[in-house]
Design a protein around this ligand. Structure first.
Ligand SMILES: *Cc1c(COP(=O)(O)O)cnc(C)c1O
Length: 466
């Protein structure tokens, strides 16, 4: 977290007030921003910190995030028992390495990696790291390809993606000095405009990113149509492009709710896919995954060796040391739920989203953009001529404990302010009914309110949107 000097000097004065059950002889003050001079008992440290965190919102009522806010007791137990295991230390923890490999195998199978090719993949801290790896592989492959074709590789390459991208792609392009060719989402589909995407491709294009689960709206890019368009484009050129699918939210959802939707390695030009284990993979943050359809798509320069049982094992992650507990928790979920469990959980979540969408639509005050058909996301805007805004509604819902963000759509659609509800496995139908009760009550309160509301012109992002 960034804090400027002015803030810092104020913070230096900050101290902990005495805790309520303080030991009578514990008279010293405890500073908050410099390392305390003296130690305190462990129970007191625990108490001070857990009390301090009490005023954060209730994670279960947070409908703003895709990240998991519930895991079973057994999973939590397993995680707390494995916190000390270092995922990178394959020699010390060979069985943990084996478990990570099993996860990669299961995911490659789930995403239909072709049997006649040898996929390769890894766990990451989240999709951000996974996208960075996918992007780097695209850039390195492009350089080789371009060099062989006599293209000037000192010129800046580009990446093609819709304006519904998540910020990690912006980071990737900044870090690697790549031009981000942003294709505005079209208002009709609210996803990648394939014709415009193909028109933007040239010999400097490192690849096209398709998004399975656009963060803003929960819509899917039409990856199958994109694949067809790419095949057609590739036929007429020596400079072949390929597709990376950013399935951060959809990668562990669509295979269970829409098994017939073809978006994965079944498509010829899809060569790498990432997903967040901590979104619909149902694990606490942070774990992510990336798989390349075949080893040949991951340039050798990006693969390093770490020692493993007297031999060596490839590693391609950016991070080195981190706890293996999230990987182990991912394996727990896979083993515990299987196809059946994931199918049930995700379909139940989808039902809840569709219920909320119906209820909200029935109020006849909102135009619905997403009814939970793809991702379990409900997304809507206010119809014209409303005296209060979605920011006001977000405030009212917050008073009931619910966090539901409101924000403008990206470029070309920024005049549209929407609100988004992300349903997760721990939002039960009963909770959704309570939410609707509070939602309706909030609207009644706003309709009869004589209070100042947010300015109409305001186009701000209100609440967490990723
Ligand atoms: C959430 C998200 C990311 C980033 O994922 P993390 O796992 O939070 O790093 C990237 N892309 C999309 C489409 C996302 O929804």
């Amino acid at each position: 977290m960034l804090c400027d000097r002015k803030n810092k000097s104020n913070q230096n004065q900050e101290i902990y007030e005495k805790p309520i059950f303080e030991n009578a002889d514990m008279a010293s003050v405890i500073p908050k921003n410099v390392l305390p001079e003296h130690s305190i008992p462990s129970d007191m440290a625990y108490r001070l910190i857990s009390d301090e965190l009490l005023d954060e919102g209730n994670a279960r009522l947070n409908l703003a995030t895709f990240c998991q806010t519930y895991m079973e007791d057994e999973a939590v137990k397993l995680m707390s028992e494995t916190l000390e295991k270092n995922a990178i230390d394959k020699s010390e923890y060979p069985q943990t390495a084996e478990i990570e490999n099993r996860c990669v195998n299961m995911i490659a199978d789930l995403w239909n990696a072709p049997k006649d090719q040898s996929y390769i993949g890894t766990s990451t801290v989240g999709s951000s790291e996974a996208c960075m790896l996918g992007g780097m592989a695209m850039k390195f492959r492009w350089r080789k390809r371009a060099e062989a074709l006599g293209v000037d590789i000192t010129k800046r390459p580009n990446l093609i993606i819709s304006s519904g991208y998540q910020v990690c792609w912006e980071k990737f392009c900044v870090y690697w000095d790549i031009e981000m060719r942003v294709i505005p989402m079209d208002a009709e589909h609210m996803s990648l405009d394939i014709e415009k995407a193909i028109a933007a491709v040239d010999e400097y294009t490192i690849g096209i990113v398709g998004i399975l689960g656009i963060t803003y709206t929960g819509k899917f890019d039409d990856i199958a149509a994109l694949d067809r368009a790419v095949s057609e484009y590739n036929q007429g050129t020596a400079h072949k492009v390929s597709i990376h699918v950013d399935a951060a939210s959809g990668g562990f959802f669509a295979p269970f709710t829409e098994p017939d939707l073809v978006w994965d390695f079944r498509l010829e030009n899809v060569i790498s896919i990432n997903s967040s284990g901590h979104k619909y993979g149902l694990v606490y943050p942070g774990v992510g995954w990336i798989i390349w359809k075949d080893e040949k798509y991951l340039p050798k320069e990006l693969v390093f060796k770490v020692s493993y049982l007297g031999g060596e094992m490839p590693t391609m992650a950016l991070n080195f040391s981190r706890s293996a507990s999230q990987i182990i928790a991912q394996y727990y979920n896979f083993l515990r739920q299987g196809m059946e469990g994931y199918r049930k959980i995700q379909n139940r979540t989808k039902d809840v989203a569709m219920y909320l969408a119906r209820e909200i639509e029935n109020l006849e005050r909102f135009q619905i953009y997403n009814r939970g058909e793809n991702m379990p996301i409900v997304c809507y805007r206010l119809k014209e001529n409303n005296k209060w805004s979605l920011y006001d509604l977000a405030d009212r819902l917050r008073m009931h404990g619910w966090q539901v963000p409101a924000y403008p759509l990206p470029v070309d659609l920024e005049d549209i302010v929407i609100q988004r509800i992300v349903c997760r496995a721990d939002l039960s139908r009963d909770m959704a009914e309570l939410f609707m009760r509070d939602f309706k009550e909030s609207i009644e309160e706003l309709d009869s309110a004589k209070i100042l509301v947010h300015g109409e012109e305001e186009k701000k992002v209100y609440g967490f949107t990723h």
